[in-house]
Design a protein around this ligand. Structure first.
Ligand SMILES: CC(C)(COP(=O)(O)OP(=O)(O)OC[C@H]1O[C@@H](n2cnc3c(N)ncnc32)[C@H](O)[C@@H]1OP(=O)(O)O)[C@@H](O)C(=O)NCCC(=O)NCCS
Length: 159
C-alpha cells in the first residue's frame, strides 16, 4: 500500500506467524497487560475475514503494528504499538493512516477505539486524526483503569 512514508524504506504489510517473535517483544514492552502470543498465533493461523493484522517494517525490522476490524460500516482499532526506540518519528501516524485507508476502501463509515484515560500520547495521536471522545468504559483495563471510547467518521480522516 502506498501512503505517506515518514521513514525511508518503511512498508505496511500483513503480519505473518514468522513475525510473532518481534511482535510479542514489542507487545510486552508497550503494554502492562499484553495480548498473549497464543492469541496472536491462533488469530494468524485461523484468520477471521473481518480482522486485520498489519506491521510497519523498515528493511527487515518490525517498527510497529496495528490490529483492526471492519464489520459492515463499523471499524474498530484494536491494538497499535511502536517500540520505544522508534517513537516520535511518525510511525504511529503512518500505521493509523494506512489502516484508515483500508477501512475507507472497505466502505467503513465510522471507527471506534478504546484508549486508557491515562494514555495521553495515544490520545494526542488520535485527536490529530479527528477522533473524539464518545464514551467512557469504567475499569476497562483493570480496577480504576478507565478507558475513553473515541470515534470518528471515516470521511473526515485527513490530518
Ligand atoms: C501511541 C504510539 C503508538 C505513538 O506512536 P509514535 O510512532 O510515537 O507516534 P508518531 O510519531 O506518529 O506521533 C504522532 C502524534 O502522536 C502524539 N504523540 C506521540 N507520542 C507522544 C508523546 N510522548 N507525548 C505527546 N504526544 C505524543 C503527537 O500528537 C504526535 O504528533 P507530533 O509528532 O506531530 O506532535 C506509541 O507511543 C506507543 O506505541 N505507545 C504504547 C502503546 C500504546 O499506548 N498504544 C495505543 C493503545 S490505544
Amino acid at each position: 500500500m502506498i501512503t505517506q512514508n515518514p521513514l525511508p524504506n518503511l512498508t505496511f504489510e500483513p503480519m505473518h506467524s514468522c513475525d510473532l517473535q518481534e511482535v510479542i517483544k514489542i507487545e510486552n514492552e508497550c503494554f502492562e497487560d499484553p495480548w498473549s502470543e497464543i492469541y496472536y498465533m491462533l488469530s494468524l493461523k485461523r484468520p477471521r475475514s473481518y480482522e486485520y493484522f498489519y506491521v510497519a517494517r523498515r528493511e527487515h525490522t518490525i517498527v510497529g503494528y496495528i490490529v483492526f476490524s471492519i464489520l459492515y460500516e463499523a471499524a474498530h482499532i484494536l491494538n497499535l504499538a511502536v517500540p520505544t526506540a522508534y517513537r516520535r518519528q511518525g510511525i504511529g501516524k503512518y500505521l493509523l493512516t494506512s489502516a484508515l485507508e483500508m477501512i475507507q476502501a472497505h466502505d467503513g463509515r465510522e471507527v471506534f477505539l478504546e484508549v486508557a484515560v491515562s494514555n495521553l500520547p495515544a490520545q494526542y495521536l488520535y485527536r490529530q486524526f479527528g477522533f473524539r471522545i464518545c464514551g467512557i468504559r469504567k475499569n476497562y483495563y483493570g480496577r480504576y483503569k478507565d478507558a475513553y471510547v473515541f470515534r470518528k467518521g471515516v470521511e473526515t480522516h485527513a490530518v
